[in-house]
Design a protein. Structure first.
Length: 70
């Protein structure tokens, strides 16, 4: 009897299609991760800029108020 060595073409195609599906799922999940992290970074930067501008406005107001009194 002849021994069969290796894999058949169908077996290789099945494995490749399964790997392709897994890769597509991974790419979609990674894209979602990048989108959500970008949104969170933008929200953080916006909050930081607002806080910095409010702090600068308070310092300017205090500086003007002190210079008016003197």
């Amino acid at each position: 009897m002849k021994k069969i060595l290796g894999f058949s073409l169908i077996e290789l195609l099945v494995v490749l299609s399964i790997l392709g599906v897994i890769a597509v799922i991974g790419i979609i999940a990674y894209d979602g991760y990048l989108t959500s992290s970008g949104k969170k970074l933008a929200e953080y930067e916006k909050a930081r800029m607002v806080s910095d501008s409010q702090e600068a406005a308070m310092v300017t107001c205090l500086t003007d108020c002190i210079s008016i009194e003197n």
